[in-house]
Design a protein around this ligand. Structure first.
Ligand code: ADP
Ligand code: MG
Length: 408
């Protein structure tokens, strides 16, 4: 172990550097600070060859993340730590994906810092809490696909409100709109989108943990949105492989990815169902919708891996359901995960595009969706990470004509 380990602090704010220097003043380490996010940081780092580097991650975090990546490429032997005044799960995941051993939240203490330095010097490859099993900030995020067989059954309503409800609890979900026939999510959440799924998919091969963020549009609720393009677009113009990489990348840096799908079974919606940890299969309470949903269960069961779950969501589109909840569950041979009541005054958003869970949190439907959001956030199910079997279109074709277990 070196006599005096060398520590580099990369922080745009001189006070941040000074604070760390002060905390470590009586420790047997050499602290170099006052380095911002520019070339200087790289040249000092390559000259100094520090044992540990502390990088400040304050908003906007694009530059510090790029610096973290550049430094960790430059110094493969060095251990990196990020610190921030905000406990931002997404920033935490991004920092770790780029090589930070740990993400520290201010206020920093001498103990925290010396513990990090000791671990860096001992050559630890993972922070202690991660090894102990609390690795929720490192494993891929959870993907929820809102799926259904008919138009107008409430998929978009559910997707928007689930995302808003998670954001309300302090999470940062990403909402992806795969319904290319209308840009419902952007319109209903009243965002003026300057990027969309088509643009992101076109550049998917070049995107990484940092740059993918530039395609997401921020809603005031905290939800990040990758909307469908404003003009209706034929889904066949989009490469499913690119959308697949995009979804995987989004789940790498976000805790929750919620995918809204079109009524038509397209390659993209089948892909989203395949990639999901949980598919929420939505049906209204009329006999024809129930019949179609039975077929969808068979299709999904045949195409997805055993650990992933398909959950039944009943949506009462009218005050007088033609089929009762327990009859629907019996016919579909699946438990009801959530049953949403009819709400005569449901609108997607108020003037400001705030979904019902935010504008009318006490309404029964808002409570039901919020309850579903917390159930989903609590129960994280492993996703199917295997390849989509065969070209997606042939997968879909086979499934339509195949009995439930033919593809196992
Ligand atoms: N539980 C409900 N009670 C009353 N209206 C509902 C309910 N769920 C959905 N709706 C209405 O049904 C319509 C279609 O919903 P939408 O979410 O766009 O369906 P999808 O995305 O499946 O096509 C919307 O006008 C929506 O407000
Ligand atoms: Mg919709």
């Amino acid at each position: 172990m070196p006599d005096k380990p060398k520590i580099l602090v990369v922080d745009q704010d001189p006070q941040g550097c000074a604070e760390i220097q002060q905390l470590l003043a009586s420790s047997p380490v050499i602290v170099i600070g006052g380095v911002g996010f520019d070339e200087e940081a790289l040249s000092i780092a390559s000259e100094l060859k520090p044992h540990a580097v502390f990088v400040a991650l304050e908003e906007p975090i694009g530059y510090p993340l790029q610096m973290l990546r550049a430094l960790s490429d430059l110094l493969p032997e060095t251990k990196f730590f990020a610190y921030s005044s905000r406990k931002d799960v997404q920033a935490m995941r991004q920092a770790k994906a780029l090589g930070a051993l740990e993400y520290l939240t201010k206020p920093l203490s001498r103990e925290k810092l010396t513990d990090c330095i000791a671990r860096a010097l001992n050559g630890e490859s993972e922070p202690a809490d991660t090894r102990a099993g609390s690795s929720s900030d490192r494993r891929p995020g959870t993907i929820f696909t809102i799926f259904g067989t008919k138009g107008g059954i409430g998929r978009t309503l559910i997707a928007i409100n689930l995302a808003a409800s998670m954001a309300k609890s302090g999470l940062v979900p990403v909402l992806v709109d795969l319904d290319l026939s209308s840009s419902d999510v952007a319109r209903r959440m009243k965002i003026r989108a300057d990027s969309d799924l088509v643009g992101a998919a076109r550049n998917a091969a070049e995107l990484d943990e940092i740059t993918v963020d530039s395609y997401l549009n921020q809603h005031a609720s905290g939800v990040k949105i990758l909307p469908a393009p404003p003009q209706p677009t034929d889904w066949r113009e989009i490469d499913p492989g690119a959308v697949d990489s995009l979804i995987t990348l989004l789940a790498k840096v976000h805790e929750f990815v919620i995918i809204d799908t079109p009524a038509a079974f397209t390659d993209l919606s089948m892909l989203a169902a395949h990639r999901a940890n949980t598919v929420l299969l939505v049906t209204s309470l009329d006999p024809s919708s129930i019949d179609c949903t039975a077929m969808a269960f068979r299709m999904l069961d045949a195409s997805r891996s055993g650990s992933a779950k398909t959950r039944l969501v009943l949506n009462h589109l009218t005050p007088d359901g033609l089929v009762r909840d327990d009859d629907a569950a019996r016919q579909l041979n699946h438990e009801v995960y959530s049953s949403l009541p009819y709400d005569g005054s449901i609108v997607y958003g108020d003037e400001a595009g705030r979904p019902a869970v935010l504008s009318r949190p006490k309404a029964k439907i808002s409570r039901a969706i919020s309850k579903m959001a917390s159930l989903l956030a609590e129960a994280r199910v492993p996703a199917s990470d295997g390849p989509v079997r065969g070209p997606v279109s042939s997968l879909f074709g086979r499934l339509l004509g195949a009995p439930a277990d033919a593809d196992r």
